[in-house]
Ligand binder design. Structure first.
Ligand SMILES: [Fe+2]
Ligand SMILES: [Fe+2]
Length: 254
């Protein structure tokens, strides 16, 4: 096991066992100890990387009204194939949504640039998750979509500019929930998948911020009320019973 690998193991354990504040304090102590004793440079750098990612989680958690229920985590661990296949689907759909917005709102320059980068990143994530699936002998296949996105989009306004603002806010919630689910799954995953999901946290957190900033930028009014409205819809979607497991499904139906 390399120093960086040992660091990842330690980091994963701390995520699982302690609160965020405890983790941050522990990592800082370890970084300073290693600096004092002249420890390997890789390890402090790794821990600092962990801190950067961890710093984004409270913002995501504050945005969402609830944590993913433990019953969903248990179900995800019982369906490793569906988890990866539907994760790949979600990456592809995220890229598709970004491209749709680019075609629909060609005159909005910031949206064009942010969505172009986002679509590229989502397709890269698709390639990464399907590469892991191939290594594990999991064949990519069509899976029915979860109701999650539909549960949010059914409340979007039809007239512009409300349609754009609501679509961007919904995008922020989907990205934030994806990020939160990667984070919750981390302590339970094997090393390869754990490293991959950890690497996704940063970009998904940025996608959440991009969607939210664009919503505010293109709205003539404050968006807080719409954000609060969709936060409640999202919370309800997460606590709706779903018979079929998917990356964004609600609580498992009994
Ligand atoms: Fe992604
Ligand atoms: Fe994303």
């Amino acid at each position: 096991m390399t120093t960086a690998d040992a660091g990842l193991e330690g980091c994963r354990y701390y995520w699982y066992a302690f609160s965020l504040t405890d983790i941050r304090a522990e990592i800082l102590t370890r970084v300073s100890m290693l600096q004092v004793t002249g420890g390997c440079i890789l390890s402090p750098l790794f821990y600092i990387g962990c801190l950067v990612v961890l710093d984004m989680i409270p913002e995501i958690e504050a945005f969402l009204l609830c944590e993913t229920p433990p019953a969903w985590i248990e179900q995800a661990l019982q369906h490793p194939e569906e988890l990866l296949i539907d994760h790949a689907n979600c990456e592809k759909k995220a890229a598709g949504t970004a491209l749709t917005l680019m075609f629909r709102y060609a005159e909005k320059e910031d949206l064009q640039q942010k969505m172009s980068r986002l679509a590229r990143e989502e397709l890269r994530h698709f390639e990464q998750v399907t590469a892991i699936m191939k290594k594990r002998g999991i064949k990519y296949r069509q899976l029915s979509a979860s109701e999650y996105a539909k549960r949010l989009h059914q409340h979007a306004r039809i007239q512009e500019p409300g349609r754009l603002i609501d679509t961007l806010i919904i995008g922020a919630f989907i990205e934030a929930r994806s990020c939160e689910r990667f984070y919750r799954l981390l302590p339970h995953l094997d090393e390869e998948l754990g490293k991959f999901y950890q690497s996704l946290l940063k970009s998904e957190a940025r996608h959440f911020e991009d969607y939210l900033k664009l919503a505010q930028q293109y709205s003539k009014e404050p968006i807080e009320e719409r954000v609060a409205f969709f936060a409640e819809q999202e919370r309800q979607a997460i606590f709706t019973a779903d018979a079929t497991f998917r990356f964004h499904s609600g609580v498992p139906a009994l």
